[in-house]
Design a protein around this ligand. Sequence first.
Ligand SMILES: C[S@@+](CC[C@H](N)C(=O)[O-])C[C@H]1O[C@@H](n2cnc3c(N)ncnc32)[C@H](O)[C@@H]1O
Length: 398
Amino acid sequence: MPNFKVKNIQDLILPCKKEEVEFAWLAENNNVILVYTKLEEENFFLQIKKEKNSFIIKADKHTKPSKIAYLQKALQVFKDSFCKNEDVISESFAFKQNAFIKETPLIAQNFEQLITKIKGRIYIEIGFGSGRHLLYQAKNNPGILVVGVEIYNPAITQVAKLAKAQNLDNILLIQSDARLLLSVLESNSVEKIFLHFPVPWDKKPHRRVITRDFCEECARVLGKNGRFELRTDSYEYFDFTLKQFLYFNTPKFSLRKNEDLEISSKYEDRWKRQNKDIFDLWVWNLDKTSNDIVLDDFDLSDIVFDQNDLILLEKNFKNLTLKEDNFFLHFENLYKAKQGLLLKVAFGAFNKPEHCYFYIDKKINFIFQKPFKIKENLKAIEKLKKVLKFHFDITLFS
Ligand SMILES: C[S@@+](CC[C@H](N)C(=O)[O-])C[C@H]1O[C@@H](n2cnc3c(N)ncnc32)[C@H](O)[C@@H]1O
């Protein structure tokens, strides 16, 4: 990551704007100064780490700009504005070449981008691996957007390259745990969900993609004739999935064994060579148990702070982690700003943590983007409000 190291930094008199880079305000604790930096449409923190006889300046990991060139420019302007040349100990502004991942429209960098790009008819493929089936579906269904979710990043880059080489533009890939993806999709918006050769996790079934929650989410996002399709070499997984879907009132199933498809994945080829059976389970007509649950927005308006609260928050701040059944909340850092406090928190689902900054003066507000509106994040924010209300004394409300 681009950075430089200096012996001294001159007084940071903010706000300060030069060459389109604005350093607006700062917040600090014993080890770190965060400088709120604006450049075109991007806002991020430059992080100044205090060392014994020097300072290291780089981007804050969780707010860094999407374009590395912005960071390089901000570092350059910061150096020119607040550091003397003779104080510079080392400098590393090397350009990081990951342009393909950043530029291709076939990959969504986060859920927000994914949602804005989703339009019209969609199929979802979970854990697409080498992508043979996903590419096949995209090629044969030009009117449908095939959304692929994969936990393994190299598979995403590889499949995006293959799609580009085949001139397929009806593909959208995202790196995520599939169990979280469905919760951000609109109800009744999906025609098919494919889950082909998932890892069976026979000894750790809680790690399976299929859970009761997941099946309910399938019911919510699948449209009227929408269908879930499992293809697996594991009889246990097939049986387990069937049982999860039997929980619905009037599901319809189609069960098949050893049926050849036009396209065969790498895994399928391997199992066939070993003469293993292959099972297909299609499910549709799922009643929508939780169809119209509308998730509330994050509401921070019902909590207010006076000067005494700020003093107590600063005094009592703890590097605290709270864990509940399906979410966690970790208070990472507290920084002092001119008029208030800056709080850094990690929270949400265990497999998809969010990192957010909050500014606290008379009220509390998100700086940068709000986290995604999934139930784990909503619950974590409600808990956060309680912790702040009781100035980190969790014995008062747990
Ligand atoms: C056994 S491979 C099968 C790949 C491909 N579907 C095929 O048939 O060749 C399982 C794939 O699922 C991915 N995966 C595992 N758990 C996942 C999860 N929770 N969310 C998204 N992808 C997952 C793995 O990275 C891997 O690529």
